[in-house]
Design a protein around this ligand. Structure first.
Ligand SMILES: NC(=O)c1ccc[n+]([C@@H]2O[C@H](COP(=O)([O-])OP(=O)(O)OC[C@H]3O[C@@H](n4cnc5c(N)ncnc54)[C@H](O)[C@@H]3O)[C@@H](O)[C@H]2O)c1
Length: 364
């Protein structure tokens, strides 16, 4: 199938592009490069030996998106373009909702106009909220408590409504938990210059770029007091998107949502100890106050995805840490030219490693 991957120059996107090509699909990428990097796509081309066209376009720009649907003979869409945080106070939730929901609207419009009726998209475990019952099941009431979680929940609702109303359209969504790790080649991964991700922060300590790790919260009701998350290798999540695409014809209804989790939560200190063992680097840390609304424990009930997609994560924490470290130690500043979210190829702002966040957030 010829598949349009939105956000294909980003973290999940670049790994999913590789997984889709390896599964025999043709891939076209649309990414506005607001946070993605064209080098991720060219490295995906090297890994797969296939040419992967990249359109540097905002998915919310309906005219530009229409031109792509006009020329690229798209048969299905994997939608991974979106913001992962609400950004600075100045940007705020309006900008965030506009980006994440606006892109979904234009994409759906084009799909309907061009008769493209297969869509797989990323959602987030943040829809369950900080006080969710664990392990979280897809059918439990969602009580999201952040703009990020609310936008993910609204996107799910929009896609469900449109899938039920639009004859022939079939939509599947993966609720991603904490995605980590990198491709085992060490050539694509989460760019460290963005300063996001627990493993990235640990890597920065190991590389001498940070003095120590700030662990957010040490008095949670967990065995070691630190938060526990369902940490899943990015290549497992990418395989989940491929499986979801393949399962769309067999689902009961036109809209489905699956947890992309392992069902095995790990604490921050579990991850830290594994990282130290795998890399041979000690990571000093201190605990700092957790931001209000931080979940103590978040993890998936993976049964539905196992049953309906035949998918479950196969890589463990050791794989995650080893693959992440191979990527980060070889690419300490991320991709060439990337500066924490800025775009040197669109205006030239210099090449300097900048630590964006002083502490280590947990993904969702
Ligand atoms: N990584 C995780 O752990 C995680 C967890 C839950 C949900 N998600 C969701 O999965 C999606 C992908 O996450 P990621 O980790 O790969 O983030 P990412 O920032 O690495 O990738 C997103 C990509 O989308 C692009 N993009 C953003 N807005 C766009 C627009 N309007 N038009 C075109 N391109 C646009 C960015 O340039 C970037 O390349 C996001 O929607 C995120 O909310 C990720």
């Amino acid at each position: 199938m010829r598949i349009l991957v939105t956000g294909g120059a980003g973290y999940l996107g670049s790994h999913t592009v590789v997984a889709l090509v390896e599964a025999g699909h043709d891939v076209v990428v649309v990414d506005d490069l607001s946070r993605g990097n064209p080098v991720a796509v060219s490295r995906a081309e090297v890994l797969t030996g296939q040419r992967i066209p990249l359109h540097a376009v905002d998915v919310a720009d309906i005219d530009a998106l229409e031109r792509i649907f006009d020329t690229e003979r798209v048969e299905a869409v994997v939608h991974l373009a979106g913001r992962r945080t609400t950004g600075s106070r100045a940007q705020g939730p309006l900008d965030f909702y506009e980006t994440n929901l606006g892109a979904t609207f234009t994409l759906l419009r084009c799909m309907v106009w061009y008769g493209v009726d297969r869509l797989v998209a990323a959602s987030s475990a943040a829809v369950y909220g900080a006080r969710a019952r664990v392990p979280s099941r897809e059918d439990q009431t969602v009580r999201t408590d952040s703009p990020f979680g609310r936008a993910a929940g609204m996107t799910e609702q929009v896609l469900a409504d449109v899938a039920h109303a639009q004859r022939g359209l079939r939509v599947g969504m993966l609720r991603c938990f904490t995605t980590a790790g990198a491709h085992p080649s060490g050539t694509i991964g989460e760019p460290a210059a963005r300063g996001e991700g627990l493993l990235t922060a640990m890597g920065q300590v190991a590389l001498g770029l940070r003095e120590r790790l700030d662990v957010r919260g040490g008095d949670h009701p967990t065995p070691d007091g630190t938060p526990m998350r369902d940490v899943v290798h990015v290549d497992d999540v990418a395989a989940g998107f491929v499986a979801a695409l393949g399962a769309l014809d067999e689902t009961d209804g036109p809209f489905s949502v699956w947890n992309a989790g392992s069902g095995r939560p790990a604490s921050v200190l579990d991850v830290l100890r594994t990282f130290e063992t795998v890399t041979g680097h000690r990571v000093p840390y201190r605990t700092v106050a957790a931001p209000a609304g931080t979940a103590a424990v978040s993890y998936a009930d993976p049964a539905l995805a196992e049953d309906e997609l035949g998918w479950r994560p196969v890589r463990d924490l050791v794989d995650i840490c080893a693959d992440h470290w191979r990527w980060q130690s070889r690419n300490p500043a991320g991709y060439p030219g990337l500066i924490g979210g800025e775009r040197p190829w669109r205006g030239g702002v210099g090449h300097r490693l900048r630590l964006v966040s002083p502490s280590a957030p947990w993904g969702a």
